[in-house]
Design a protein. Structure first.
Ligand SMILES: Cc1cc2nc3c(=O)[nH]c(=O)nc-3n(C[C@H](O)[C@H](O)[C@H](O)COP(=O)(O)OP(=O)(O)OC[C@H]3O[C@@H](n4cnc5c(N)ncnc54)[C@H](O)[C@@H]3O)c2cc1C
Length: 557
């Protein structure tokens, strides 16, 4: 089996041997006890799941079909191995992790294939379509919208087409700042190849370490520095997509008026329109300066108003982010000893500073704002932002906390597995709304979540931040947690559904950057109207009449 393609743990996030621990975070355990009533001191931690306990549905791939795939990609690059099929069954959503730990694998891909190049992808697709098989493209497997799983009712052979061997930067057009990149390149691999030539893509989602360029395009991903570099929808200019019999080619253009945008149709298509093999992305020279500064605001409303004012101003920071009071409390309470926050923790200077300003420790909000570019540019941007922050009653606290945030951001995802080990859920829902609606959405989601917690009968936690600012609005990102009672997935559905419904009821979208998959498809009509769904259905059915490409995702039957 291909050993050059690295996969995450079969049962959780990230690399084997890496996990969350809180020994160096003295405030973490008391915080968790207060937030969700879980005493980490007395709770029993579940042991690591054993693959021997997992029942994997038998592969339905015929010997003849596996032989045919083997003839295309070579014996080392096609497998019906149980572990590999399980790795390709789900993404890393909470529902996925609960099901995988609970031995709930009702359907797995029957065969996993790792083509080496676009020609092999074409031959695999054509062979699969010829035998009426289903093809599910696989990037890093990091999605959290239920975008990968084959449905239990699927009776046809399911092929997981893993792009992991297509990971080269093929060419850089330095005059235009465009790089041709193979779709299976994971974040670190891509960035290393670009950095070696002095370039960066500027796309850094929290899942950067384990997600791919093709996956980013297929889910309409957004990275941390989107205020400067744009979402992947802005960054991805050209595309090559393997479809039955031929390749759909979209040349990289700065803009075009050649009818409805086929490029936009591929963006967010979650594998339903074909297999993306190559993406031409905008790249930038590595900036001379890259800083993230921390600020405090007395209240959420003051902070949001400041973010809006920044988005309307001449300032162009790379990151605008503000945590609400609860997320701020979480960040302060769970920082490492002697971290960049130490001088601001409750025991030391923070209460004094806050009371001298007449601020309430329970309402303060922590903000991170990033600056990137030439030294003079970064300095000028900061000056413009500092003036806006001051006008909105905020105060800067320097670069230390920002450095820490930047270094630790890729570690946080491991926390979810730790909470699951302890019998608790920790998950996220994110949205975007116009500036005029953001506070309404924020409050409505809190209310909906607390109602859902009351229904389940638990003390639940919810916190939020605003990030990714645009001219007309921003993304709101909610993190919620509670201790499971008797029926984890039903309880999860109660909370998650309440939050999603609050989004659409308050003029916000069902997802700003995680996609639709199966997790959010129930709200699609409310998001884009029944006519919108009709148009989308017509696109999928017209472009894939045999339903060979990842059927029942985004628009579900
Ligand atoms: C801890 C955590 C943090 C996250 N943070 C962020 C974040 O900050 N920003 C963000 O945008 N997302 C985030 N995500 C979500 C996820 O990482 C993104 O959806 C990501 O873009 C998925 O990429 P992938 O390569 O892992 O795709 P996969 O999970 O493998 O696939 C996702 C979907 O895309 C399709 N697909 C994948 N590759 C191709 C291809 N080459 N051609 C056609 N279809 C393809 C698949 O069939 C599937 O439908 C996070 C997820 C987790 C678990």
């Amino acid at each position: 089996m291909t050993d050059t393609v690295k996969h995450m743990k079969w049962w959780g996030w990230g690399n084997e041997g890496v996990g969350f621990h809180h020994e160096d975070k003295p405030g973490f355990a008391p915080f968790v006890e207060k937030a969700v009533g879980l005493d980490l001191g007395s709770a029993t931690r579940a042991s690591e799941p054993s693959f021997e306990d997992v029942d994997v549905p038998a592969s339905r791939a015929s010997e003849g079909f596996v032989r045919e795939l083997t003839a295309i990609v070579g014996g080392e690059h096609v497998t019906t191995d149980d572990m590999v099929r399980v790795i390709h069954t789900y993404g890393k959503g909470l529902r996925d992790l609960v099901r995988i730990r609970g031995n709930q694998i009702l359907r797995s891909p029957d065969v996993v294939v790792y083509p080496a190049d676009e020609a092999q992808v074409q031959r695999v697709v054509d062979a699969a379509v010829a035998v009426d098989a289903v093809i599910i493209p696989f990037g890093g497997g990091s999605n959290i919208a239920g975008s990968l799983e084959p449905l239990p009712a699927e009776t046809r052979t399911v092929v997981s087409l893993d792009l992991g061997r297509l990971r080269e930067v093929v060419d850089i057009d330095a005059d235009s700042g465009l790089a041709r990149v193979q779709a299976g390149a994971q974040g670190p691999d891509l960035e290393a190849q670009l950095n070696a030539k002095g370039w960066t893509i500027g796309h850094f989602p929290d899942s950067f370490t384990h997600s791919t360029v093709g996956g980013w395009v297929a889910t309409r991903s957004t990275g941390m520095q989107s205020d400067k570099y744009g979402d992947i929808a802005d960054i991805a200019r050209g595309l090559r997509v393997v479809r039955p019999g031929d390749v759909l080619v979209l040349r990289p253009l700065p803009s075009t008026s050649s009818g409805p945008s086929v490029r936009e149709m591929i963006l967010g298509s979650e594998g339903r329109l074909g297999v993306i093999t190559e993406v031409t992305v905008q790249v930038h020279r590595i900036p001379e300066k890259r800083n993230i500064y921390a600020y405090f605001f007395p209240t959420w409303e003051a902070g949001v108003a400041a973010m809006q004012a920044i988005s309307e101003s001449d300032a162009s920071p790379s990151i605008t982010r503000i945590s609400d009071a609860r997320e701020t409390a979480f960040t302060l309470a769970t920082s490492k000893k002697r971290s960049g926050f130490s001088k601001f923790t409750a025991e030391t200077a923070l209460p004094k500073i806050m009371s001298s300003k007449g601020w309430d420790l329970d309402t303060i909000c922590l903000s991170f704002i990033g600056y990137e570019g030439g030294v003079a540019h970064a300095k000028h941007q900061k000056k413009l932002v500092d003036a806006i922050v001051k006008k909105h009653g905020g105060m800067g606290v320097g670069e230390g906390p920002g450095l820490l945030y930047d270094q630790k951001k890729f570690d946080t995802p491991y926390l979810r597995d730790f909470l699951l080990d302890m019998g608790a859920a920790g998950d996220v829902s994110e949205t975007a709304a116009p500036w005029s609606r953001l506070n309404q959405v924020h409050d409505a989601v809190y209310e909906a979540a607390h109602k859902a917690y009351a229904e389940i009968g638990v003390t639940g936690w919810i916190m939020s931040h605003l990030s990714h600012s645009y001219h007309s609005g921003a993304c709101l990102y909610f993190t919620f947690a509670f201790v499971f009672q008797d029926d984890p997935l039903t309880e999860y559905d109660t909370v998650k559904s309440a939050i999603q419904q609050a989004f659409v009821d308050n003029h916000a979208t069902i997802s700003h950057h995680h996609g639709v998959g199966r997790e959010h498809s129930a709200w699609l009509e409310q998001d884009i109207s029944p006519e919108g769904v009709k148009v989308m259905t017509a696109l999928f059915e017209g472009a894939d009449p045999g339903a060979h490409f990842n059927p029942n995702k985004v628009v579900a039957d």
